[in-house]
Write a protein that binds this ligand. Structure first.
Ligand code: FAD
Length: 461
């Protein structure tokens, strides 16, 4: 059908942000069109969050096998069968993909396959297998997502890869270099180390996980050192050479790192080029789409969500923004999203969760003497001792005030994101959290104990 069709809500891009807007919009009775040039679900489902977590889980199983004897279990680690790991990965993606396709269908969202381009303030031209058609939207949501960036002079190709190719490897590299010690870099470094590779991370900022509270970054560095993951921090990449035998990465301090592969994980740029955004009059900044706090671009009824909007590039932020714009368009006047309350997780072994302000940020905001912080070591938490993990839960509070930052590092600490965000977003006082009885033995108890301690009544501390 090459005719034109009009929707209440027309969405460009079906990743976390786009499909969330579609599902919520349809639920609210809007007639929704969802345009996608590749696969429904976008980066997170097919090339991001979900596939990486399957690799991490396989890594956890491998580590457990290596350490089985210490639990009295007879097992041994005989290596990684990447075909098997990739099958597990594909099965998980497929299951989630089918579930999502089912939801889109059952909510009555019209899926439009093809590459879209904004051709006016209420029209998108879509080119697909069947030719080109123009669709009209009373409201438009831009959700075209992001791509792996590189650095000037660093070309992707051959042995220099991004996360996308890293997820497609059918072997475990013997030696791998990772450029960038942020979320994606440390995740792959952790997986490859567990899989048996020799791994070296290169990070220009002074620490791995450089955006986290410094105590967390330093603990991660210690844990990685213990795992024999090499890293060069506080040093910039200079150049890379590759040939049939490998890659040689030169650093600005004169050192070199040799490896079979170089993973470039230096951040993600917005997919907004040549899509008609600027021509429609939308304000752009370095490729990102600028919106107000209601995610409106200031042009017509055009909104933007997800990784193309400056801020945390996270799937759950996309989901939240997608729900927000659908409700906004349906006239529900939702409360704007507070970005500081969005939980951040760094997936690797050990895991990191943080919500709100680091100690340093809190001190900048409230003054050095008006901030209290406390680290509760997981050594005092029975469940963590069983899991043989170190690390801590750190609370940052405004003196005599609510908790403004929660930071956790240790095995499975991603699961602490839930309670952490309730504490920060509900502006809970440690005294209030200390009133809640946490189940024993769980790792959430560490959260309870940290609050008990900060409230002046420590138990296992
Ligand atoms: P995307 O998911 O990128 O979706 C955009 C969609 O738009 C794509 O499907 C694309 O094909 C489509 N599109 C683009 N241009 C057009 C066009 N012209 N016409 C039609 N369609 C178009 N986040 C987390 O929260 N947790 C994690 O654990 C996590 N892990 C990650 C691991 C990796 C390796 C990567 C790369 C990312 C990870 N992320 C994670 C980030 C997360 O994937 C993104 O924040 C999220 O996918 C952003 O959603 P989005 O809707 O903005 O864009």
């Amino acid at each position: 059908d090459n005719g034109s069709q009009e929707f209440d809500l027309l969405i460009l891009g079906s990743g976390s942000g786009g499909y969330a807007a579609a599902l919520r919009g349809a639920e609210l009775g809007l007639n929704v069109g969802l345009i996608e040039k590749a696969e429904l679900g976008g980066t997170c489902l097919h090339r991001g969050c979900i596939p990486t977590k399957t690799l991490l889980h396989a890594a956890e199983v491998a580590d457990a096998a290596k350490d089985a004897e210490s639990f009295g279990v007879k097992a041994s680690f005989d290596g990684i069968d990447m075909a098997g790991v990739n099958k597990f990965k594909t099965d998980v993606i497929t299951r989630n993909y089918k579930g999502l396709q089912g939801l889109v269908k059952s909510r009555g969202v019209t899926f439009i396959a093809g590459a879209g381009k904004l051709t006016g303030t209420d029209t998108i031209e879509v080119t697909g297998d069947d030719g080109t058609a123009t669709y009209t939207g009373k409201n438009i949501v831009l959700a075209t997502g992001s791509y792996s960036k590189s650095l000037p002079g660093l070309e992707i190709g051959g042995r220099v890869i991004t996360s996308e190719q890293a997820l497609q490897l059918d072997y475990v590299p013997e030696r791998v270099a990772v450029l960038g010690g942020g979320v994606i870099g440390v995740e792959f470094a952790s997986v490859w180390k567990s899989f048996g590779a020799d791994v070296t991370i290169i990070e220009a900022l002074p620490h791995l996980a450089p955006l986290e509270d410094e105590a967390v970054s330093k603990t991660l560095e210690r844990a990685f050192r213990k795992r024999k993951i090499n890293s060069h921090v506080g040093v910039r990449f200079k150049s890379v050479e590759q040939d049939d035998n490998g890659v040689k990465v030169s650093l600005e301090d004169g050192k070199t790192v040799e490896a079979d592969l170089l993973l470039v994980a230096v951040g993600r740029g917005p997919v907004t080029g040549d899509l008609g955004y600027e021509e429609a009059g939308i304000t752009m900044d370095r490729g990102f789409v600028i919106t107000d706090e209601r995610l409106h671009t200031g042009v017509g009824n055009i909104y933007a969500v997800g990784d193309i909007v400056p801020g945390l590039q996270l799937a759950h932020r996309g989901f939240g923004q997608g729900i927000f714009v659908a409700e906004e368009i349906a006239g529900l006047k939702p409360a704007p999203i507070d970005e500081t309350g969005i939980p951040r997780v760094t997936y690797c072994e050990p895991e990191i969760t943080s919500v709100g302000l680091s100690e340093k940020q809190a001190k900048e905001k409230f003054g050095d003497d008006s901030v209290e912080s406390l680290e509760y070591g997981l050594g005092g938490n029975g469940k963590s001792v069983i899991l043989k993990t170190n690390g801590f839960v750190k609370l940052v509070r405004e003196k005599d005030g609510p908790v403004v930052g929660v930071h956790a590092i240790g095995a499975r600490m991603s699961e602490q994101a839930g309670e952490s965000q309730l504490i920060v977003n509900w502006e809970a006082f440690p005294e209030e959290v200390a009133q809640l009885i946490h189940a024993h033995p769980t790792q959430t108890e560490a959260m309870g104990e940290a609050n008990l301690a900060l409230a002046g009544k420590p138990l296992h501390f």
